[in-house]
Design a protein around this ligand. Structure first.
Ligand code: UP5
Ligand code: MG
Length: 194
């Protein structure tokens, strides 16, 4: 039996920076399990959960769901998985998330890095407005998008700065094509696996 702790790479960056797109590529190439916190929350909302309304109100306003809800979903997904290499996408996004993670996960999993997709706001907006034509996501509209960006700048950037001080951040320029961006991603993932 392996006594190694599960490993985690957090994946952060603004709305539309390409977190989900790059995570899919990492899954294919490196066999990680992709856990998108946003996706877990949307599924929970759609499942008829008692927290459904609260989750939807947060998503619509670009606010962050209380960590107790999000971390329970992440932990459950981790426990269900037999593969123990995780991409935790879109989390931790604020101080509450960070505290909740540290309280619950310190010593249980090994956070190897934070992949930070650095993409200018105009490019992110262009991508999401385009995606919004077909995505069906209730937050892919210019009104919610503005709020998502405010939350990102005010609450998530300080979390990225926190991990920068711990030397865990791998900054990836995110404006090239998905394949170009993935060149840097590959190097970053190689460096945490070796
Ligand atoms: N695209 C991607 N890469 C491209 C490239 N290199 N060139 C050109 N186009 C590119 O990509 C977005 C779009 O851009 C797609 O159409 C793609 O094809 C194209 P995607 O990979 O989906 O970007 P991503 O960064 O994943 O964007 P997403 O919209 O998912 O980011 P958010 O961070 O806004 O969304 P998330 O799902 O993480 O969170 C949604 C909400 O849930 C939050 O606002 C919050 O209210 C709530 N939430 C919490 O409360 N707590 C959490 O812990 C997590 C979420
Ligand atoms: Mg996403």
């Amino acid at each position: 039996m392996s006594l190694q702790k599960p490993i985690v790479a957090f994946v952060l960056g603004g709305p539309g920076a390409g977190k989900g797109t790059q995570c899919e590529k990492i899954v294919k190439k490196f066999g990680f399990v992709h856990l998108s916190a946003g996706e877990l929350l949307r599924n929970e909302r759609d499942s008829g959960s008692k927290d459904g309304n609260l989750i939807q109100n947060c998503i619509k306003d670009g606010k962050i769901v209380p960590v107790e809800i999000t971390i329970a979903l992440i932990q459950k997904a981790m426990e269900k998985s037999s593969v123990k290499k995780f991409l935790v996408d879109g989390f931790p996004r604020n101080e509450d998330n960070l505290q909740g993670w540290n309280n619950r996960m310190t010593g249980i999993v090994d956070v190897k890095c934070v992949l930070f997709f650095d993409c200018p706001e105009e490019e992110c907006i262009r991508r999401i407005v385009e995606r919004g034509k077909t995505s069906g996501r209730s937050d892919d509209n210019i009104h919610s998008l503005r709020k998502r960006f405010n939350t990102y700048k005010e609450q998530t950037m300080p979390i990225i700065e926190h991990y920068e001080k711990l030397n865990l951040v791998k900054r990836i320029p995110a404006t090239g094509s998905p394949d170009e961006v993935f060149q840097d991603v590959k190097e970053a993932i190689d460096s945490i696996l070796n």
